[in-house]
Structures are given as C-alpha cells and as structure tokens.
Design a protein around this ligand. Sequence first.
Ligand code: GLC
Ligand code: CA
Length: 562
Amino acid sequence: MNMNKSWWKESVVYQIYPRSFCDSNHDGIGDLNGIVSKLDYLKRLGIDVIWLSPVYKSPNCDNGYDISDYMDIMDDFGTMEDFDNLLSEAHRMGIKIIMDLVVNHTSDEHSWFIESKKSTDNPFRDYYIWRKGKDGLEPNNWGSCFGGSAWKYSQETDMYYLHLFADKQPDLNWDNKKVREEVYHMMTWWSDKGIDGFRMDVISMISKTKDMPDGAVGKGSFYGDFAPYVIHGPHVHEYLQEMNREVLSKYDLVTVGETAGITVDEAGKYAGFDRSELNMVFQFEHVDLDFGENGKWNDQPPQLSALKEVMSRWQTGLYGKAWNSLFWENHDQPRIVSRFGNDSEYWEKSAKMLALCLHMMQGTPYIYQGEEIGMTNFPFTSISQFRDLESINAFRELAGGRVFDDAYMMKCLNYKSRDHARTPMQWDATAYAGFSDVMPWIEVNPNYKKINTQSQIDDSHSIFQFYRKLIALRKANEIIVYGKYELLLPESEELFIYTRTHDGRKLLVMCNFTGKTQEYTVPDELVLLSRELLVSNYSDSGVENSTMLRPYEAKVYSMING
Ligand code: GLC
Ligand code: CA
C-alpha cells in the first residue's frame, strides 16, 4: 500500500476569489492589499494554503479566467509589488499560496491571439485552433460551456476559432510545441518567484482530438456535446508528464487539476502516486448529482443515497493509489448550506454537519471563502442582479419559454448560479458587510448583519470555531488523513455514516442530513469497542450504543480497535 506522507496530504486549503474578498482602496472591488489585511484571520482559522483565483491581467469577461498577460497583475487588484508583498507576508505567517493556472485558453486580448487572427501565415497562427466553416456554417455543432456555438467567425481569414468557454476565451492549441514551451516558461517564472503550487483550470480539456465531428445533441439544447472529443483527450497525460519534467519536478509545489467529467480510473492517471503528473484532482461528480434532464439548470437536490454512493466510490477507489480534493463549494458552486443543508431553521447545525461530514474523509479539504461562517445563497429576484456571464447567457438562451418559463429559470438560478459564491465576503455588520465602504461590484447578501465573521470569531459555538476545530483535529489525528474509509448504511436517505480505520484505531462518523430525529443502532462489532466523543455539533452529545441523532446532528466517536 503506497501511502507515503506528504505535506499537501495533510494541508487544508482556503480558496480566495479576490474580487469578492476584501476591498482596500474604496472602489468596491476586492484586491491584493485587501487579502493581506485578512491574513491574520486566515491564520486564526488554521489553514495552510491559499488558492488564489486568477489575479493576472484580464479584460474580465469571466472575472480573470480570461487572461491577457500571464506575467502581470490585473489593475483592479493592484500591482506586481502588491503581489510580492502578499506572497512574502503569507510566507512570513507560514501560509503557502497556490496560483490559478488558466492555460486551456487565453483572452482574445492576449497578444498571441491578436497576432494569431491576423493571417494564416502569422507565426502565432497555430497557437490557437482554427478551422474552415462548413457550408457557410460553423465547423461543427459544438456548443460552448457558456451558451451559443463553441466557434466564432473571424473575418480577417474567413475562418473560425474554437472557444469551449466564452468567445473571448479562445482555446490554445496544446499540440503546438511552442505553446507548451510558453506555458512552461511562464510557470517557471512564477515558481522562481516562490509561489507554492498551481490549481490548473479545466486541465482535463487541453488535448483535443484532431477530428472534430458533430457531438450528440441533448434534450433542451440546440448544440452538440464536445465532451468525448475534448475531455481527457489523446495527449493530455503526455503533456502533463512533460510539464512535470520541465517544471513541476524542479520545485516543491502542490498541484491540483480541475478535472471535470472524469472517472475514478482516469483520476488515477492524473493523480496516481506512481505517475509523475499532478498531486491531486478536483472532480465534480458529487456536486454534479443535482443536474436534471436539462443539464445544470435544475432546482432539486440529489438523493442522499446517490451522494453517498458517489463520495464513497471516490474514497475507496483512490485509496492507496491517488489523491482527491474534498470540497462542497468553490467560485463556480452555490453555497452548500443552502444546497444540501437548511439555511433557515437549522442554518448553524446543518452548516456544521456538512463541514464535519466532508472534513472527516480522505483527501485535501478546500474551504471556499465564507463557507467557514455559513454564508448562504443570495435571494435573487431579477436577472439584472446577476454578474456572471454563465447565468446571464443561460437566462437569455433558456428562459422566456424557450426551454423554461422565466419563473422556473429564476428558481434554477436561485439554486445553482455561480454568483451565490461571488457576493462579497461578510466581515461585519457595518455597511456593505465591511467588504468595502462603497457600493460593491455585486450586491451584498442582505443577511450580512446576522452572518459575518465578527459575530463568529469569538463565539465558541460558531460555525467559524467549528471549522477551526475540524482543521485542528486533522492536524492532531493521522487517522483523518490516512485512515481507510468504509460506508455503513448505504441505502439510508437520512443518515450518512462511515468509519475510518488506521493503526488500531477507528473513527465512527455519524451525520443526520434531515431536520428530524433519526435512530441509529451501532453495529455489534463496534458496540464492544470503548469509545470517546471526538467532536459534535451539539454541545451535549453523549456516548450511547443505540444512538439518536437529532436534527442535523453530526458527531465522531474515536474507538480503539481491539
Ligand atoms: C473553470 C473555472 C471557471 C471558469 C472556467 C473557464 O471551470 O473554475 O470559473 O469560468 O474554468 O476558465
Ligand atoms: Ca479595490
């Protein structure tokens, strides 16, 4: 069994979406100096690593995921000096920083693309993916992730370029060795600066098949699916191994690949302990369970048994072979307490239960800004309140009776929009939640007077303190990092119960996913073990055999394996 110890297996990562974290210069937009001012808050929480969503130069069509210069900083966020200061301040406090690496595509305002589109013999032409139209139409029927065709016509050369995301995000051609060399050069430049790793945006999509046939057209869609020709395409592992040889192996970096649409087996290739590619994957099967028959836009949470099946398959499938990330939220996901918990009556209990359920598993936990204080979804009432191009485009394409009526589309957006994650971080009860002293670029959640860091930091029963405790427990108990996982009671739609086993010790993790009291009888082989309560979200959880789990109760018993 290969279970070598590594610092990144034992770390907890905190994701910052800089635009929404903290504004230091009164323009309503979060920035690098704002992050510096909150490092002591993060230190207090106890995290080890910050994942910084993109801070590079960008025209911001997708909030920095469209980069026009990889070696410069976005004006809204500050300067390269500000970045260097953030890095050295973080390091001084023992916090590492990993950068978002967005190299499936650039901005159409990147100098490579400006050159590329000029003529077919331009030296940068093959940096991107160009095709001739078919019968006066796009080269194939692929739809982009953000709506519309995945191809955009360019009149300079009477050809189309591929963009799997927005038309301002042209896909790079990874089959061109020069592109790969440019990327490695840029990664080396950042690594030499002393950054601690990379989170690799949609890295499973960098290698496309040469032939690009029409894709299958799903229900409620006008366009074909590119996935079979793009997701873990023909050369992706070859390119990642090359990247590892050329850059990653030369530094002590942590790498995490955003790998949408992959299977457990495929994850073993990206993040296998014996493969020299990446350290871990960041996959979405558990948060894609609430896709409906029309894809992402749906308003119903999944069944608990389905969630357990998926999470358990990843826990056992990668055990001893490869490494996974543990997350409920990121900048593309709605707030977990509103999604799988209860953000009204049981707000606090269910936020803690979800945290415990995830943090007792194997993998590197990621906490998304605001999750640690139980930030909730925003109550959107009008499409004009959205800022995210995915939400806005989806409304334009699907609402108005085209696929859904406006009211139902609004319901879907209120359940799933990426903007729920992007409302300003709630620091205190003053105007604009202490995020800024002017009107922010996106509205503050109206519940900020109740839900904010200031009201939670010193309250020993707060969600913040509960996350802090979970992080501390992981550091003090090897079993949480390295123990073997086993699911109990797979068919229950109310309870999520599992064990971890390591070195003669067992943890019994029990979570009630409902607002009703549930009864659970501990299996005979566990009854005999002496046990002690490690952590619980009710202050009076005790040690019984036949256990009642109150609404959203969650607890962990530690047992000695006889
Ligand atoms: C990733 C990012 C998302 C972005 C997309 C295109 O999925 O997480 O925010 O829009 O890639 O870069
Ligand atoms: Ca600012």
